[in-house]
Each structure stands twice: as structure tokens, then as C-alpha cells.
Design a protein around this ligand. Structure first.
Ligand code: ADP
Length: 383
């Protein structure tokens, strides 16, 4: 599903490579932590999977596609198969929660009907029922990250990349986000998460790929963080550690139950976004692949047209987005319509957590999320 073959990356103007002969393969359905100190190359790896950076040597294959064959024009189309969330959330500050999520569908030309149905579904999946009409600043940091996750999932990607997704969140909130990512993975979505939160990595006992100064120093199936002595202290207080461990124990319980397909709570029972219908040619079985919910794998007539029709350009989307501050965009309307069935939520709760910076530029956001314009070329490079 994701393969790095002897990948070396040298950024222009730097003497030391950011990545040096990195080799690994992630199978479908895996949850993989990418760990290492700051500057070790984690983000570079994720940017390569998104084809935002190209290797200087070696090759990266994602969803069966050698990314050297994906042109700049086609890259945004390729990225639609990959969800991405970041430490700073990257929400549109003047758009409601629903509109932020709907935006990801708008730029791929999904129908209003699909948007109307999908947005509340994915918001329910991430635990934000009834909050579709709020603006990002009316949400806690954890809730904002959930919106970002909802937006990443609404296109039903096969792969979810998470770059320090808990980096701006307090420990208890971080646990909730880890819980959510574990649940998403349990439905079959491959998750590759860069982090230096040692506590989560140790507790979750998932595959760990470790980088040090661009070199891969470890690839362990059921790893912990390993030697944390060189890390900046991210979990300083004993309470924090204890709380995180207790909560993560609960996470693992939930995850075990989910994998076993029993005892799902009402919250977990919400249908998650299913991966897109077509898959890369990888035939290797995932070593720890969670059982799939057949209902999620069934052909879904509501699925957005990832390959056709030709989606509107990101520039067009951005143009719509700009006046949308005054008059709602199409997807915004669909999102509004989607909200209609939700209970009124007047109890706007200002949050105590530190708000993350928000990215106001819709076009930049679309490009960064892999939703931008690829011109009028063919679509569906991962077919
Ligand atoms: P991490 O995510 O582990 O903190 P990064 O992938 O961001 O590491 O960075 C790895 C190395 O590459 C660092 O030395 C960093 O300074 C360098 N680097 C990252 N991005 C660029 C860039 N755009 N130009 C030059 N050097 C970069």
C-alpha cells in the first residue's frame, strides 16, 4: 500500500540528507507509528506519500502507483485517495464545521445529495453530532481536530496520514483522538502517524518505524517508543502520564472489542467512511488487518465520483469560497441542508484549550489537502 524503496531525500541548499536510504512497506490495514526526534525526517516521509516532495533517489509507491509517474498536474487527484491531518488542524475559520467538511467534497464535485448525507455521517463518526453549525473557534482543540479528521475521511480514503495530530492537544484530549484513529484503523483504513508522543506509541503496541537523522533505525511490529532519553519532554507531569496510560488502556479495550466485532457502543456503531471502491494492486495481506465491516465495503451508490465527472478546479472552488463568506457556496448550502436535521445547538461552548492557528486561504488549503486543481487531465491515477 505504501512502499519506500531505498529513498534518499536531499533538500536544496542542505548538506545532510533529510532521508537516507529509507526502505519500508506498509500493508493495507496497518497502523504504523513513525517516530523519531524533531528533524529526523518524519514529515518528509509523509510529504512524500502525499507526493508533495519527491525522492532524490529511490522511489515511493503508494496505492500501487510509482509516484515518479504522477505529474504535478495529476498529484491533486492522486491525493484524494489519501486523507491527511496535521498538528494545526487547518480549518477554514469562517466556515462552519459542516462547511469545512463539505468543502472537501465540493472541490471534487460531489453531488449535493451525497454531501447532505455524508457530512452528518462523518461528523457522527468522529463524535461531533449536532455541532455542524458551529464555527471552528467555538470548538475545543480536540473537537477542531475531529473536524479535520472528518474532513480527511469524508472522501473515504484508503490511507490516513496524521502528522503529530495530538501535538496541540492536552493529554486527555489526545487520548480521545488516538481512540478515534484506532477506531478508524479498525474499519480497514491504513493509518500512518508521525509522532513523538512516546506514551501513545508504547501503549498502543503497533508497528513502529523509527528515524534518526534521516536514517531508519528500527522497524518493529509491536513496538514501543524505545529510548526516549533524547526526546524533549512532552509529557512532563506524572498525572499526565498516569491519565494517559489509564485512558489508553481504555482505548485498547475499545479497540479489541471493535476488532472482535463485539460490544460496540452506540458511538462506535456509527458507520465510518468506507475506503474508496477501487484499490491499489497490492495483494499482500495486512499482518494485523482488522476484520472489515461488509456493509462498509459494499458498493455505495452515494460514493463521490473520484474519477468522474471532472471535478471543478480548486481555483473555481476558491472563487466560490471567497464570495461564500457573503453567500454560501454550493457545498455550504448542502452542508446547511445537512445541518437542518440536527438539533439546534445554541449552547456554544467557548473552549479553554489553546486554539490552533487556522489557515484562511481556501486555495492553499485545498492544495495542501490534495483537493486542488489538476487541470483538465485524466483523473484516477491510482486505478
Ligand atoms: P521531522 O518531521 O522528523 O521533524 P522533517 O522531515 O521536518 O523532520 O525534517 C527533516 C530534515 O529535513 C530536517 O533537517 C529539516 O531541517 C530538513 N527539512 C525539512 N523540510 C525542508 C525544506 N523544505 N527545505 C530544506 N530542509 C528541510
Amino acid at each position: 500500500m505504501i512502499r519506500f524503496e531505498n529513498v534518499t531525500k536531499r533538500y536544496r541548499g542542505t548538506s545532510k540528507p533529510a532521508l537516507q536510504s529509507v526502505d519500508f512497506e506498509v500493508q493495507r490495514g496497518e497502523f504504523v507509528f513513525l517516530v523519531g526526534p524533531s528533524g529526523s525526517g518524519k514529515s518528509t516521509c509523509l510529504r512524500m506519500v502525499l507526493r508533495e516532495e519527491a525522492p532524490s533517489q529511490g522511489r515511493v509507491v503508494v496505492l500501487g502507483r510509482d509516484l515518479r509517474t504522477v505529474s504535478n498536474r495529476k498529484a491533486p487527484y492522486f491525493r484524494r485517495h489519501i486523507g491527511a491531518v496535521f498538528q494545526d488542524f487547518r480549518l477554514l475559520p469562517t466556515k462552519t464545521v459542516s462547511q469545512n467538511v463539505a468543502f472537501a467534497l465540493e472541490v471534487i464535485g460531489a453531488s449535493r445529495a451525497f454531501t447532505r448525507q455524508s457530512v452528518p455521517e462523518v461528523l457522527a463518526l468522529v463524535g461531533l453530532e449536532g455541532k455542524g453549525k458551529r464555527l471552528p473557534h467555538e470548538l475545543s482543540g480536540g473537537e477542531q481536530q475531529r473536524v479535520a479528521i472528518a474532513r480527511a475521511l469524508v472522501n473515504r480514503p484508503q490511507v490516513l496520514l496524521a502528522d503529530e495530530p495530538t501535538g496541540n492537544l492536552d493529554p486527555a484530549t489526545s487520548v480521545g483522538i488516538m481512540q478515534l484513529l484506532a477506531r478508524i484503523n479498525a474499519t480497514g483504513t491504513t493509518v500512518l502517524m508521525a509522532t513523538h508522543e512516546a506514551g501513545f506509541v508504547d501503549e498502543m503496541q503497533r508497528r513502529v518505524i523509527e528515524l534518526h537523522e534521516g536514517e531508519m533505525t528500527r522497524d518493529e511490529r509491536h513496538g514501543g517508543y524505545g529510548d526516549t532519553s533524547s526526546l524533549p519532554s512532552l509529557a512532563p507531569g506524572p498525572e499526565r502520564g498516569a491519565a494517559a496510560v489509564a485512558a489508553l488502556t481504555a482505548v485498547l479495550e475499545v479497540h479489541r472489542e471493535t476488532v472482535a466485532g463485539v460490544g460496540m457502543s452506540a458511538e462506535e456503531d456509527v458507520a465510518p467512511a468506507a475506503p474508496v471502491a477501487e484499490h491499489g494492486p497490492s495483494t499482500a495481506a495486512a499482518p494485523e488487518r482488522a476484520p472489515e465491516n461488509p456493509a462498509l465495503r459494499a458498493a455505495d451508490p452515494r460514493e463521490p465520483a473520484l474519477h468522474e465527472p471532472e471535478p471543478p478546479t480548486a481555483a473555481a472552488a476558491a472563487q466560490r469560497q471567497a464570495p461564500a463568506d457573503r453567500a454560501e457556496p454550493a457545498a455550504g448550502q448542502a452542508a446547511e441542508a445537512a445541518d437542518e436535521g440536527e438539533p439546534a445547538d445554541d449552547q456554544t461552548r467557548p473552549f479553554a484549550e489553546t486554539p490552533a492557528p487556522l489557515l484562511p486561504d481556501a486555495l492553499g488549503l485545498a492544495d495542501r489537502l490534495g483537493l486542488g486543481d489538476a487541470g483538465d487531465d485524466e483523473v484516477g491515477p491510482t486505478r
